[in-house]
Design a protein around this ligand. Structure first.
Ligand SMILES: Cc1ncc(COP(=O)(O)O)c(C=O)c1O
Length: 437
């Protein structure tokens, strides 16, 4: 029998409750905690709380633990590296794992023109800050285009690109000037990929024809699959169109693969599905199996800024780099293929089990990046954020960890190690929840 979530106490249980209370008392109230999960131990796709409750984790700590929680080979590499060197600052000194990781990543990242160099940071937002700075530095141009629904991070530069939720921007203005937002093609919302694509192209044309001289744009920031915006898959022709626009006007095409990258979609990078290559690509989240690390890639021609132009004390820390090297090995050995296989299985099962239900507007995804859009009505497609939020809570009560994305979507982004049995259990628990409403 497949392992199922096991809830032994009320939630949160007595031990978890004390930890939640301590967190609430001392940490920033800006953290968004949709439900009071306390993670005491992780193993593969499972989280055990301090009261012994066992949760099936379809969040991977927000799409991060690519090789599962506490993969034994990852644990070993962390222990070994920690015993040798924990920190020396790779921006001022050299150590073996940083250059080796840069080499291995550079070989695998599809940057247009090849000859790739790597800048290391600690988080997705930092990688995007670095990309923004590099794009301005290289082109000498001030402006950027990003897309409605995009999430690129929360530091001031990246936040200026982000257009996901008003709460993320409320009372933080003024932002970095020169960021213009265009429409991101959403086939479900527009009724078809063709109509969505047409609208996206038209809004870009309008921008260039009215407020934004193309020769003053440094770059276009885009997620090849929109993550926090609701797991929206654009038509391939959209990325191709952006590539052509960038080539025509000397703008840099910047792919944010912080969420979609590192094998999650069944290829190492989501952009590989479209065949479109960016000038700059950013990565974080799953890159080091849960340790803080991010990377920004560009050709050596573009990444020609001088010493001191940009750096970070912790970026490319030895333990994170060693772990990322092992992560690449494990992903290529089995888990990227697993993401493609189990992702296809899970998408199909979700379509079968919940696709017909009145509150499910759309089931979509690629690999283990799967979204279920919750609506008031299948024909009007009116969004139902309240029910979405309730379902996320109800799933927690049943021992299934899921997250929202966008205004009314539920996302499934488990570790790339997840098995078909685990995926089936997750879908079945989710389906039972929806059917009981
Ligand atoms: C596409 C994308 N870019 C950037 C970020 C920001 O990453 P971080 O939270 O590590 O700064 C996220 C986080 O969700 C993301 O999904």
């Amino acid at each position: 029998m497949a392992r199922r979530p096991l809830i032994r106490t009320e939630l949160p249980g007595p031990k978890a409750k004390a930890i939640v209370e301590e967190g609430e008392a001392w940490t920033s109230p800006s953290y968004t905690r949709d439900y009071p999960l306390v993670a005491a131990k992780g193993e593969g796709a499972w989280i055990i709380d301090p009261d012994g409750n066992e949760f099936l984790d379809m969040t991977a700590g927000i799409a991060v633990t690519s090789t599962g929680h506490c993969h034994p080979e990852i644990v070993k590499v962390i222990q070994d590296q920690a015993a040798n060197l924990i920190h020396m600052s790779g921006t001022d000194f050299y150590y073996p794992v940083q250059g080796a990781l840069a080499r291995e990543l550079a070989k695998r990242v599809p940057i247009k023109g090849g000859d790739v160099r790597v800048y290391f940071g600690n988080s997705g937002t930092e990688a995007n800050e670095a990309a923004m700075k590099l794009a301005r530095w290289y082109t000498g141009r001030p402006n950027f285009i990003a897309f409605l629904g995009a999430f690129h991070g929360r530091t001031m530069g990246a936040l200026s690109l982000t257009a996901s939720k008003p709460r993320q921007k409320e009372r933080f203005a003024p932002f970095v000037p020169g960021v213009y937002h265009a429409y991101y093609p959403d086939a479900y919302r527009e009724g078809s990929a063709e109509v969505a694509l047409k609208r996206a192209i038209a809004t870009l044309d309008d921008l260039f024809a009215t407020v934004l001289p193309a020769e003053e744009v440094a770059g276009i920031f885009v997620e090849p699959i929109q993550g926090e915006g609701g797991y929206v898959l654009p038509p391939d022709a959209f990325l191709k169109h952006l590539r052509a626009l960038c080539d025509k006007h000397g703008m840099l095409l910047i792919f944010d693969e912080v969420q979609s990258g590192m094998g999650r979609t069944g290829k190492l990078w989501a952009c590989e599905h479209s065949g479109v290559q960016p000038d700059i690509l950013t990565s974080a989240k799953g890159i080091a199996s849960g340790l803080p690390l991010s990377a920004m890639f560009a050709t050596s021609k573009v990444m020609s800024w001088p010493p001191g132009a940009h750096a970070s004390t912790f970026g490319g820390n030895p333990i994170a780099c060693a772990t990322a090297l092992k992560t690449i090995e494990l992903l290529e050995r089995e888990y990227i293929a697993n993401a493609a296989k189990v992702g296809a299985f899970m998408l199909e099962r979700l379509k079968q089990k919940v696709g017909h239900l009145p509150m499910v507007g759309d089931v979509r995804g690629r690999g283990l990046m799967i979204g279920v859009e919750i609506v008031l009505d299948k024909t009007t497609r009116a969004r139902n954020p309240d029910l979405r939020n309730q379902l996320v809570m109800d799933a927690f009560a049943k021992g299934l960890l899921i997250l929202g994305a966008g205004r009314n979507t539920i996302r499934f982004c488990p570790s790339l190690t997840v098995t078909e049995d685990e995926a089936a259990v997750a879908v079945d628990v989710f389906a039972e929840l929806l059917e009981s409403r």
